[in-house]
Design a protein around this ligand. Structure first.
Ligand code: SF4
Length: 357
């Protein structure tokens, strides 16, 4: 019985699509196509690939080009950071690697815009290195083939799949094996309605024998981020505003205004602030804002309070806070969650803040 590797390579030899970047093993061509293919369909990439190579036939030509010309050639492909990184990486290859692409996985990984998948693809296809190149397609194919029924995002699951691919790479054609896996995922083992009758692995495939191909890979639902109502107290005194330095892990070391979690009613907030030792009264609501963090969303109301007297030092130090004037506020590290609040603050105590917050 042929091994899975042999079955897959034989299938690839007979079925691979004729794509422009598969006609040679030039690392510049492989790299360019892999970067273009990120988030972009093969058919859309073909035209851009040809035009790009006509303008910048080799890595030196790309390195010598202006950023504007590179971005212009990329226009319409989207995700422009790819083009900027491409240009940076071309300069790095010419400056640091004497115009030759590094021929190891680690060397390739050091280039701007090259992640583990792309480094694996170039190292194996252009330099015959036996390193995996695993993208979403490959995770899907392997999870079905091996019958992996745990969350595909779990690091332990991804590690197991990587080990399985490493075993498949036991061949003198690692680049073709990686491409065959990707090709199988793109044309046969598709997300929906996989064409198992055309698959070289059908007789060995766990998901096929169980009949749950379309349920794999398992994507466990991520918990939705927690919504947190938040009053952002803009507590002012004589053209100064109260700011606190965060001790919490989240936004640690950054400065925020007086935050009251899970409460936005002005009169209740005023009572809470008074209990904290801040003698103040509510003036008006300045607006609303929303900031999405990875696991939580702050739904903020910006509330202006005016202090009737200076807070005691002990109160300020317990809050890790001080009253900042406009120029002090402008110089503090303020997280982007507080950007809009900061604009309100500048209007309250002096001037608009220039530059980034
Ligand atoms: Fe995918 Fe079907 Fe092939 Fe299994 S048999 S690897 S599910 S195409």
């Amino acid at each position: 019985m042929p091994s899975p590797t042999q079955l897959l390579l034989t299938w690839y030899d007979q079925n691979k699509r004729d794509l422009p970047w598969r006609r040679d093993k030039d690392p510049y061509h492989i790299w360019l196509s892999e970067i273009m293919l990120q988030q972009t369909r093969v058919e859309a990439v073909k035209g851009y690939y040809a035009r790009f190579l006509a303008l910048f036939p080799d890595v030196q030509a790309l390195a010598d080009a202006s950023t504007e010309d590179v971005l212009k050639a990329w226009e319409g492909l989207g995700y422009y950071s790819r083009a900027r990184n491409l240009h940076k990486a071309a300069k790095e290859v010419t400056d640091k690697w004497q115009g030759h692409f590094p021929d190891t996985y680690d060397g390739l990984l050091s280039l701007p815009g090259v992640g583990p998948y792309t480094a694996g693809a170039i190292a194996s296809i252009a330099f015959d290195r036996a390193v995996p190149a695993i993208d979403g397609n490959v995770y899907r194919v392997m999870s079905r083939f091996q019958g992996v029924r745990e969350d595909i995002a779990a690091p332990s699951v991804q590690k197991t799949i990587r080990q399985e691919v490493v075993q498949l790479l036991n061949t003198h054609r690692p680049g073709d094996l990686n491409q065959a896996l990707m090709e199988l995922g793109a044309t046969v083992c598709t997300p929906t309605s996989p064409k198992c009758d055309s698959c070289p692995w059908q007789s060995l495939c766990d998901a096929f024998s169980e009949g749950d191909m379309e349920q794999l890979p398992v994507h466990e639902k991520k918990k939705p981020p927690k919504i947190i109502p938040m009053a952002v107290g803009m507590v002012t005194y004589n053209r100064k505003i109260l700011v606190s330095k965060r001790n919490q892990k989240m936004l640690q070391g950054m400065y925020v205004f007086t935050l009251l979690e899970d409460e936005t009613r002005p009169e209740v907030c005023q009572d809470l602030l008074n209990e904290m030792g801040l003698r103040c009264s509510f003036v008006k609501k300045l607006g609303e804002g929303r900031h999405v963090f990875t696991h939580r969303v702050w739904e903020m109301e910006y509330l202006h309070f005016e202090l009737s007297e200076l807070p005691e030092d002990a109160v300020l130090s317990s809050m890790n806070a001080f009253l900042a004037d406009a120029s002090q506020l402008a110089a503090l590290p303020i997280p982007s969650a507080m950007k809009e609040a900061c604009n309100h603050a500048m209007k309250l105590i002096g001037r608009e803040k220039n530059g980034k917050s």
